[in-house]
Design a protein. Structure first.
Lengths: 230, 183
């Protein structure tokens, strides 16, 4: 073995990770090689100095801050508007809409007979984004909120524009194969909360339909993406 | 050292956290927050950011607890979560990273213990290294992790972790030599 091979084993030796046979071989080589002894001394000095670096001490109150953050998140994730919206959408999609009150909402595009989309119209994904910092909705306001979202969804359905809709689970999900988006996990990140697939002529019409959503009144945002026809 | 007969392992606590035991995560925080903070502070060279990243790391552990595999070791997984949080932070705030001088000034030292020249020179040399090198050195020397654990954390093979550690150490030696030449 050459000197550089022995020197390459010095770190493992210092960390106690060399097997006894290799360690003995290294030690006996060092005894007879001044150049390797010098390398060993240099490496040892730096290795030991590294081990004496001061360890940064975590700030006082870190545990309390963590507990508070978890409590805040639990409050934010408590069953609220989106949970109700999910039930509403499920009912809509299953056709169980009889008697559902649709009041005070007018389609921006008129009646289905005037504007209705055909099954061949392009499809668009409306990805509803919710601010993780948005305050949860007061219980007394939840019913009104459900009615607003429900009316919007029902009008899309009545116009023949609604292809599908689902609420996403109240967690942050996972991303594989790449680092998460920069804003992910930050206090005011916009996270996907649900989606609608609708039919519209073009982006302009899809945008107009999206703008009529009550979502914007609650600090939400909507990503609009055309779905590639297959 | 914990008595394994008296206190549950990290992995067992994670399993409890997955089952909804919120207290289990608190115990894990108590056990590991000092290490996570020290790691973040060394990688970012920014104590305020490290305090935030400590919180962010454990919030991610809470959020992604279902992604913890039952046959994994908790500690490397935790460091990997911390690493991802640090990388996200660096990509967001690359323009705001503290300079070496700020890091040194920021480092509070016990009043009775003035920094030796060796430590100051080493801190400065460490600060000049790329963050990836610093990370390897910190994981190996300060946290005394095995190459298998480091490989899990940084996402490479054990052999590659060993090679990268050797290169990082060689660059640190070089940086120290250059420092000696200047002073």
């Amino acid at each position: 073995m050459r000197c550089e091979d022995y020197q390459a084993r010095l770190l493992e030796h210092l960390a106690g990770e060399l097997d006894p046979e290799a360690a003995n071989e290294l030690v006996s080589h060092m005894a007879s090689c001044p150049a390797c002894r010098e390398a060993r001394d240099r490496t040892t000095r730096l290795w030991q100095a590294l081990g004496t670096l001061p360890v940064p001490q975590s700030p006082a109150g870190a545990r309390a801050r963590f507990d508070e953050a978890r409590e805040r998140q639990a409050r934010r994730r408590s069953p609220g508007a989106w949970l109700r919206m999910a039930a509403t959408l499920s009912a809509l999609l299953l056709g169980g809409v009889a008697g559902f009150a649709v009041r005070g909402w007018v389609s921006p595009l008129g009646t289905p007979s005037a504007t209705g989309s055909s099954p061949d119209s392009p499809q668009f994904l409306l990805l509803l984004l919710e601010s993780t910092a948005a305050p949860s909705v007061e219980p007394e306001r939840q019913a009104a909120l459900v009615r607003e979202y429900g009316a919007w969804a029902e009008q899309l359905r009545a116009d023949g524009r609604l292809v599908s809709a689902e609420k996403l689970a109240d967690d942050d999900g996972l991303r594989l194969g790449a680092e998460g988006p920069a804003a992910r996990g930050s206090p005011d990140a916009l996270m996907p909360a649900g989606y609608f697939v609708i039919r519209a002529r073009d982006y302009a019409e899809a945008t107009e339909l999206a703008r009529s959503s009550p979502h914007f009144r609650y600090g939400g945002a909507i990503d609009i993406r055309a779905i590639e026809p297959t | 050292m914990r008595n394994p007969l008296e206190s549950p392992s990290d992995e067992r606590l994670m399993h409890a956290a997955i089952q909804g035991d919120s207290g289990a995560l608190g115990v894990l925080f108590e056990r590991h927050h000092a290490d996570v903070y020290a790691y973040c502070a060394r990688i970012l060279m920014d104590r305020d950011a490290a305090a935030d990243l400590l919180q962010e790391t454990f919030m991610r552990v809470h959020r992604y607890r279902h992604g913890f595999s039952g046959d994994s070791r908790f500690r490397p997984w935790l460091f990997r979560v911390a690493r991802n949080a640090c990388r996200d932070h660096l990509s967001r705030a690359s323009k705001r990273t503290s300079t070496e001088a700020e890091w040194l000034r920021d480092r509070p030292l016990p009043a009775s213990e003035a920094p030796s020249d060796v430590i100051v020179a080493l801190e400065q040399a460490l600060a000049r290294l790329p963050a990836d090198d610093r990370e390897l050195l910190v994981l190996k020397r300060l946290h005394e992790l095995s190459y298998a654990e480091i490989a899990t954390i940084v996402g490479c093979s054990e052999g590659a972790a060993r090679v990268r550690m050797h290169r990082a150490f060689a660059r640190l030696q070089q940086a120290c030599l250059e420092k000696e030449r200047v002073t």
